[in-house]
Design a protein around this ligand. Sequence first.
Ligand SMILES: *Cc1c(COP(=O)(O)O)cnc(C)c1O
Length: 451
Amino acid sequence: MTLSAVQWDFASQKAEDNYRRALRRYPAQVVVDLATLRDNMKAMVDRVHAVSPSTAVLGVVKADAYGHGLLPTALAALAGGATWLGTAQSREALLLRQKGVGPDRARIITWLYNGRQDPFDRLISQDIDLAVGSLAGIDAIVRGAQKIGRPARVHVKVDTGFGRNGFTPEEFDQALTRLRQGVDAGQLEVVGQWSHLSVADAPEDPASRRATDDQIALFNEFTDRMKVAGLPPSIRHLANTAATFTRPEIYFELVRPGVGLYGYEPDPVMGTGEDYGLKPAMTLQAQLGTVKNLPAGHSISYGRTYLTEGETSTADLPLGYADGIPRSASGFNRAGALGVDHPGGPVRIMTNQGPRLVRVSGRVCMDQCILDLHGSAEDWGVSEGDTVELFGPGRGEAYAEPTADDWARAAGTISYEIFTCLRNRIPRLYLHAQNVLSAEDVGLLDPTTVI
Ligand SMILES: *Cc1c(COP(=O)(O)O)cnc(C)c1O
């Protein structure tokens, strides 16, 4: 008999068949709950509209929607009340249009390109808004607009302190002159102004709060300069998830939350997603490989960094750093070669006495890692083929369910890196498609991914 740490309510027999097929295809699966994505978006839309009913909300779906899957996530975000979508790479913006998210459904903005090679003509013809934050970028967009004889809608990116992309105050006059020329020649429509905050996720820290205040003040100075130049921006946007929750004074015409859509807070110092009415949408599960007994003092994985403390059973977890499991989530113990205790990434397993939390023991390998069960697999009824859960919505202490925040802690990183790094060789499966999306939208999804 195999035990499972996760139970799913399948929408239909076909949905269950899809699930079984995914299990045969790969020993791990990512399950994304579209109802949770929709509800998270709705919670943020409601919060924003309570303060500023005219502010639109953009769902950030860059990096394959933070690993959740671009199209299904975009559709769920729209179902939750987002009217804009944003991607870093222009390729993903085009993909959204190609896969059926037309201009009637959502405005799309893309903000990262090399300024020369990107297909600006196609982006403009697909009605995709473009960020522009460099002089070379203005020229490249103008060339794209000339090519198809249609103006590009641009959002002027200003550097208010992040030091990444965007015009600095020093070069802004020159930028405004060039933008003005583009507008006069019918090549550009300056619709927006935007910037990005660097420390909005530390609202309790006075120095960080001051830094954000300074960024906002500089943002407003840039707006004044645009007005003076005769290029007043009608859509201003500055707020990420952190500011959406803590800075209602900068909602302007548009906010750009990302990680909140996926159910996480930007930084654990802000609490948990639950404190903001959010729930993690992604579950990562896997089926155990070899389960066996080892004597005391037996080394586990590369480098002998973990030695069994007594007679025990171990289970092979068929996910490794080639799947995006961070090697820094390896587990060491004092008896091991490094002589230090470092708890590895947590995994929820099911036993005949209920759920237990065990941890990655020893180094994470390329395709697998090892769990010390701290006891007898036979006694607990744990066997090869059991489904275990690496992280999910985090249903409280008693449920013993880790979240991506727990993995981030074990790996010394942030939740964002945990879910965005999961490779696409792990199948993505979607729950509640029929409950959340119109029949037409369900039809846009890969039907084999719907459970
Ligand atoms: C990623 C990103 C966001 C969203 O940030 P979160 O912290 O995930 O809310 C917003 N704006 C820009 C420009 C981004 O790159």
